[in-house]
Write a protein that binds this ligand. Structure first.
Ligand code: FMN
Length: 210
């Protein structure tokens, strides 16, 4: 079997983490770099990634995630957030970064910059929210695949109160909102969910050839 299929079969939404096993600094850095490499539409990167390292905050958050133990027990708790403002400032920030990190000068980028500016100008706030959230989900799946390859466990979670999370973590002050969370660490040896068989539609159901 392809290695990648093996890894995807190995991973599962971990319900019970081993509280003793922690990610190394190197592993944390690889996770950050892999998140940084996530592609986004127009490469605008309308996201921020928050690692909650304060155990007391994690305890408070658990209450607003239906008491799910992954929030406190996993080695790391990652909150994937969207930028609240998808606007000219974000476009400017991106193109300044492009000028710093590539050979491109103002004259090379102006056509593309106009197009991206036109795109953000035409988004109302609801469209901007939906668009940014879609980008955040690309980062979610990117990092989950990378983690599977690194044999590190995770559990994607939407069952949490994002309003309360934002309040507790004071995310509004940073102009960001939580979208989805990802506890990351190592499965407990007695997590019975690790033995569950994968339930997925078969290829005949999923693929059309037209
Ligand atoms: C976006 C998303 C949100 C999810 N939210 C939760 C959650 O809040 N709590 C939980 O235990 N599992 C959650 N799951 C896990 C799914 O139930 C699980 O991925 C799915 O049943 C497939 O099983 P597998 O990931 O173990 O292969 C979520 C999964 C995704 C992709």
């Amino acid at each position: 079997m392809d290695m990648i299929l093996n890894d995807l079969g190995w991973r599962y939404a971990t319900k019970k983490f081993d509280t003793e096993k922690k990610l190394s600094a190197d592993q944390e850095n690889t996770i950050k770099e892999a998140l940084r490499m996530t592609p986004s539409s127009f490469w605008l990167q309308p996201w921020k990634f928050v690692f909650v390292k304060n155990p007391e905050l994690r305890e408070m958050l658990k209450e607003h995630a239906w008491g799910q133990s992954q929030v406190t027990d996993a080695s790391h708790l990652l909150i994937l957030c969207r930028e609240n403002e998808v606007d000219q400032n974000l476009v400017n920030e991106y193109f300044e970064d492009m000028k710093k990190t590539t050979w491109a000068g103002e004259e090379d980028i102006s056509g593309y910059k106009n197009m991206v500016t036109w795109f953000v100008w035409n988004l109302d706030s609801e469209d901007a929210k939906i668009w940014a959230e879609k980008q955040v989900y690309i980062a979610l799946w990117n990092i989950m695949t990378v983690l599977a390859e690194m044999k590190i466990d995770s559990c994607p979670m939407e069952w949490f109160d994002s309003v309360k999370f934002d309040e507790i973590l004071e995310l509004q002050d940073k102009w960001i909102s939580s979208v989805v969370i990802l506890p990351i660490g190592f499965r407990a040896s007695d997590d019975k969910y690790s033995e569950n068989q994968k339930v997925r539609f078969d290829q005949n159901h999923l693929f059309l050839e037209i």
